[in-house]
Each structure stands twice: as structure tokens, then as C-alpha cells.
Design a protein. Structure first.
Length: 176
């Protein structure tokens, strides 16, 4: 039986995302592009976009779908582009948003993809950071919560496609 324990409840997430919106809005022009990474960031981006709007931004919203090949938990994990952007990033100031930075491979891949597409500047934002798991030399510019090496679900984040619907963030113990 999987044990689900709340780590960050709805109110705590809402408060933090509102703060992130203010922080990030101060770093970017009004017409910045928000690029979320699917699927994990879909709830975060929905809330962050509205927080940015309350801080005066009118961002466009884009998504990139990436997948980790092999075990994302080993140094051989490689990232693949599954679904591309539909907008031109040339000359744009971009906020790259993801759910979790773990090894850092996904964020590093997405960041260089955007720069390769001509983005003028890429600010990175992760709701959750697991610095102890880093394998690639990258850190998000803005982080919501820092956690130790625990497996989290909820608020868009899954385990084998489950739990994305949870309105809070929880830890789960791996199945025996
Ligand atoms: P990275 O490329 O190793 O940094 O992995 C980032 C991606 O791995 C995240 O966007 C998540 O999709 C996934 N991931 C890492 N840690 C967790 C976790 O605790 N729960 C669910 N997914 C995770
Ligand atoms: Mg992800």
C-alpha cells in the first residue's frame, strides 16, 4: 500500500507561487514568453501565469514536451524532444518553468533548446529543487521549494501517471 504524506498543502503552495510570480515579474518584460515543460508543469504554469498577470505581466504561454530516455536517475539518462513549441522564440525574453529540477538534465536541455532558437534571455524557474540529486551543473534562477531526496507527487507531478490531480504536494514511499 502506497503511503501518501502531505509535504506542501494548497495554501502553502498558493502563497509561494504568488511570491514567485512577483519575483519573476520583476526580472522580465511585460511581454515575456512563459515556456512550461509538459506534463509535470501544467498546474504550476496555470497558477504562475495568473500570478504574473497580477504582477502586471501579459505573457504568452507555450509548452514543450520532453521525455527522459532510460532512467532519469542515472547519469546515462538522456532527454528527448517529444512535442515542440508552436511560437518563434527569436529575440524573446523567456521564463522557462518546470515542476522539479532533479539531475538537472531536463532544465539544461530545455534551456539550450530555447537559446538555440534565438531566445534573447532565458530565466529559469522550478517549483521544486532537489539539489542533492544534481548531475548537471545548472540551477534554476528562481525556486519555490527545496526538498531532500524524496519522491514527490501532486500539483501536476506524477508517479507512473498517477496523482497529478492532487491539489497538494505529497511524498510517497516507493512500492515494496
Ligand atoms: P531531471 O532531468 O533529472 O532534472 O528531472 C526532472 C524531471 O524528472 C522532472 O521534471 C520530473 O518530471 C521528474 N522527477 C524528478 N523527481 C521527481 C519526483 O520526485 N516525482 C515525480 N517526478 C520527478
Ligand atoms: Mg517533468
Amino acid at each position: 500500500m502506497t503511503v501518501v504524506r502531505t509535504l506542501f498543502d494548497e495554501a502553502e503552495i498558493a502563497r509561494r507561487v504568488e511570491q514567485l510570480g512577483g519575483e519573476v515579474a520583476a526580472m522580465l518584460p511585460k511581454d515575456a514568453a512563459v515556456v512550461g515543460l509538459l506534463k509535470g508543469s501544467f498546474v504550476f504554469v496555470a497558477d504562475l501565469a495568473r500570478a504574473l498577470a497580477r504582477s502586471g505581466l501579459t505573457p504568452s504561454i507555450e509548452f514543450l514536451k520532453l521525455s527522459s530516455y532510460g532512467a532519469a536517475r542515472t547519469s546515462s539518462g538522456e532527454v528527448r524532444l517529444v512535442s515542440d513549441l508552436t511560437a518563434d522564440m527569436a529575440g524573446r525574453q523567456v521564463l522557462l518553468a518546470d515542476d522539479i529540477v532533479d539531475t538537472g538534465r531536463t532544465l539544461a536541455f530545455a534551456r539550450s533548446l530555447l537559446l538555440g532558437r534565438g531566445a534573447e534571455r532565458v530565466v529559469t524557474c522550478a517549483l521544486i529543487d532537489k539539489p542533492s540529486r544534481r548531475e548537471v551543473d545548472i540551477n534554476a534562477d528562481v525556486v519555490g521549494f527545496t526538498v531532500p531526496d524524496v519522491f514527490v507527487v501532486g500539483y501536476g507531478i506524477d508517479h507512473a501517471e498517477r496523482y497529478r490531480y492532487l491539489p497538494y504536494i505529497a511524498t510517497i514511499d516507493p512500492d515494496p
